[in-house]
Design a protein around this ligand. Structure first.
Ligand code: PEP
Ligand code: MN
Length: 336
């Protein structure tokens, strides 16, 4: 349920209303939007008398929220959420590009790529240290050492780092990580999501291989219910009957999610297609569709990458994508 207040509500009446709701076991989330103050009520609101609230002087309207996601719902928070990652703002018209290798492989590799993607305009550095691989015999990442190398690259370039957590047992190692990524395979690891809800770090939540947008938002809700509202959503392609591409990029997820939620939405054209030549057209589509950013895999030597070489761009190709994206951003459709 949401309570939309009139402009400049009487503070005493507002406080009385909030106290009365809290006495009924309701949690209140205030959202100060550009046009009005909204109270988002979370909990069992079935016994709350809507007519009584609507009749109050300070209240403009009261509405029930049908959707099961509350904190993530655009109705709770009409303005776009802007997330600040070490001074880099994402969301609300701030378009950011996260770039870097699928996996951290060596100090030279990660620092070299970090410098080149920064020069081309990337504002955050990605790199997997813990890798969720389909085969247990494939390279599993450098783990804790990979995190150390990422921090070294951050020190050299100043770029905040984004890296994936696979299990709660790794959380203590993530103290200096700027954005914690929850990968597609862990989108419904509810215990992991619940614990990340107690963190104050931004979470990059990737859509599961076969999950609906509502399920993605319910996973975001798990994080937000714990008090962490810094969630960035990522569409990274879904499983369909098509086999020509690694996954099928659901580009309509961008405008649809932007209607459903106030959280930033980014696109991963690398995992969505699995083909380096498709990264540029899909990046352009993402930018024009109103996305808040991109996450792109870049490798200094894609042919010898330990993971996801075929979808990785060379630093030069990444520079070309960045130039092209900059050119189309003025045409982005941000209507909701
Ligand atoms: C990744 O970003 O390296 C990754 C494994 O992505 P996803 O979880 O989307 O497959
Ligand atoms: Mn990858």
């Amino acid at each position: 349920m949401i309570v939309i207040l009139k402009r400049d509500p009487n503070p005493e009446q507002l406080s009385n209303l909030e106290q009365w709701l809290m006495l009924q076991g309701i949690e209140i989330h205030r959202s100060e939007g550009s046009s009005s103050l909204i109270l988002g009520l979370v909990g069992d609101t079935s016994g709350v008398d809507m007519d009584l609230i609507r009749a109050l002087d300070i209240v403009e309207d009261v509405k029930r929220i049908q959707e099961p996601y509350k904190n993530a719902n655009r109705k709770f928070h009409p303005d776009d959420t802007v997330i600040d990652v070490g001074g880099v703002k994402i969301g609300g018209g701030n378009f950011q590009v996260i770039a870097g290798p699928c996996s951290v492989e060596s100090p030279e590799q990660i620092c070299g790529i970090a410098k080149s993607v920064k020069e081309s305009g990337a504002t955050l550095l990605r790199g997997g240290a813990f890798k969720p691989r389909t085969s247990p015999y494939a390279f599993q990442g450098l783990k804790a050492h990979g995190l150390e190398l990422l921090l070294e690259a951050k020190k050299e370039t100043g770029l905040p780092i984004v890296t994936e957590i696979m299990d709660l047992s790794q959380l203590d190692l993530f103290g200096d990580v700027d954005v914690i990524q929850v990968g597609a395979r862990n989108m419904q690891n509810f215990e992991l999501l619940r614990q990340l809800g107690h963190s104050d770090k931004p979470i990059l939540l990737k859509r599961g291989l076969a999950n609906t947008l509502q399920e993605l938002l319910m996973s975001a809700e798990y994080i937000m219910a714990g008090g962490n509202s810094k969630v960035i959503l990522c569409e990274r392609g879904i499983r369909t009957f098509e086999t020509a591409t690694r996954n099928t990029l659901d580009i309509s997820a961008v405008p649809m999610l932007r209607r459903m939620t106030h959280l930033p939405v980014i696109i991963d054209p690398s995992h969505a297609t699995g083909i380096c030549k498709l990264v540029k057209p899909m990046s352009l589509a993402a930018a024009v569709s109103g996305a808040d950013g991109l996450i792109i895999e870049v490798h200094n030597d894609p042919a010898h990458a330990l993971c996801d070489g075929p979808q990785s761009l060379t630093p030069d190709a990444f520079g070309d994508v960045m130039d092209a994206v900059r050119n189309v951003l003025p045409f982005a459709c941000r209507e909701i």
